[in-house]
Design a protein around this ligand. Structure first.
Ligand code: NAD
Ligand code: ZN
Length: 357
């Protein structure tokens, strides 16, 4: 038995308004005449947050287009652009949702690694540390702020650059930044966290480390989405910590059926991670009976729409593509169903599941 020895985030600051400490936090990482680059979710274009970015010297703000989830081609373009303009940079600071977190991590790595980010999609393929990188989440749930991966869609696969060089050097957890997320988006990304917990806590990889974080994150999600009757600042505080703890939980375990299936949807149809997980989880009563029951209650209570029949009318070839992508997520299936998962989750059974989505 070999135990995972995993790299964690370097520094963490948490609290309402802690974003204002960013200037002080970045100061020791600034190199003479080498800019700090702020990668901001395009949602913040024309928003007051832009004026609070601690710019100095030749620092640059880039607005990240997150209409689609991050692609390797976009990462390569951003890194190339920065290399041409500045040679190198003091650091990359990502400010936004999970997509922006992943973009910031990937661009930081590609500043110091040759070739295309597509060459590094997989496990431990990255050879050199990236430039300094900090993450400031503005949407809670994915756990991308703590994870050792950054999920990218490449020419042949949707897979992260999983490596010890991937986690942020610094994260700034300021729940105030999540105040204005629309209710549907907040729910979809919040449910990503809820589903991380259910998949981790019901998985065969579970140990006391991931259980401790997973139970706490699950409890926080339940407080917010099951017990509370209206959204307030305290919900933002709690969901930000749930995301962090949920991410820590899967760091030492793995996700499961919902994620494996949702990757297939996302690859073929471009369905986004949060909503895709909700669409799939809604139909997983056979695998996670209690979690799915509670999920349905939360959907109803929070008056959220979960799209139905999104795979209706797809061709056999399209179903095969989704099945192939999904079946490729071996560790997820093994965590969910055990070593003999291939005997349990046959292609026929998976096809039936896809047809219900
Ligand atoms: P997202 O980052 O794609 O953002 C969703 C939408 O919310 C966007 O339109 C964005 O502009 C908007 N938004 C962001 N902050 C906002 C704010 N404060 N107010 C209003 N709108 C705001 O969504 P997400 O669910 O956070 O992230 C999904 C991505 O995270 C996917 O690309 C997925 O692959 C990735 N992910 C990564 C990991 C990891 O471990 N690295 C884990 C899970 C998911
Ligand atoms: Zn997820």
């Amino acid at each position: 038995m070999k135990f995972r020895n995993f790299k964690m985030v370097g520094f963490v600051v948490y609290g309402r308004g802690c974003f204002d400490q960013l200037d002080e936090i970045l100061a020791p990482h600034r190199k003479n005449n080498v800019p700090m680059v702020f990668l901001l979710d395009h949602f913040f274009q024309d928003k007051p947050l832009v004026r609070r970015i601690p710019l100095c010297g030749n620092d640059e703000i880039i607005f990240a287009d997150v209409t689609y989830e991050p692609k390797t081609s976009y990462v390569d373009k951003l890194a190339q652009q920065l290399k041409e303009k500045f040679g190198t940079v003091s650091g990359i600071v990502g400010v936004g949702g999970g997509s922006t977190m992943d973009l910031a991590k990937a661009v930081s790595l590609m500043m110091n690694n040759p070739g295309s980010s597509a060459d590094y999609q997989g496990w431990d393929l990255v050879k050199h540390p990236g430039v300094y990188k900090a993450g400031v989440p503005t949407l809670s749930g994915t756990g991308a702020e703590v994870s050792r991966t950054c999920v990218l869609t490449g020419p042949v696969r949707k897979l992260g650059m999983n490596s010890d060089f991937t986690p942020f050097d610094q994260i700034v957890l300021d729940p105030e930044l999540t105040a204005n997320v629309p209710a549907n988006q907040r729910f979809y990304t919040g449910m990503d966290c809820y589903i991380h917990c259910i998949e981790s806590l019901n998985g065969t990889y579970l140990n006391e480390f991931s259980k401790s974080y997973g139970e706490k994150a699950l409890q926080l999600c339940q407080k917010i989405f099951v017990e509370k009757n209206s959204w307030d600042d305290d919900c933002d505080n709690k969901l930000m910590m749930a995301s962090y703890a949920g991410g820590m939980s899967i760091a030492y375990s793995q996700v499961g059926v919902a994620h494996a299936v949702s990757y297939g949807l996302s690859y073929l149809l471009g369905t986004k991670h949060g909503i895709g997980n909700c669409i799939v989880f809604d139909k997983l009563e056979e695998y996670y009976p209690e979690g799915v029951k509670e999920f349905k209650y939360m959907v109803e209570k929070n008056k959220i729409d979960i799209p139905q029949q999104i795979t209706k009318g797809l061709s056999d070839e399209q179903f095969d593509t989704m099945i192939n992508v999904s079946m490729g997520m071996k560790p997820l299936w093994e965590n969910a169903l055990g070593k003999d998962w291939e005997k349990i989750m046959t292609r026929e059974r998976l096809r039936k599941l896809f047809e219900r989505l």
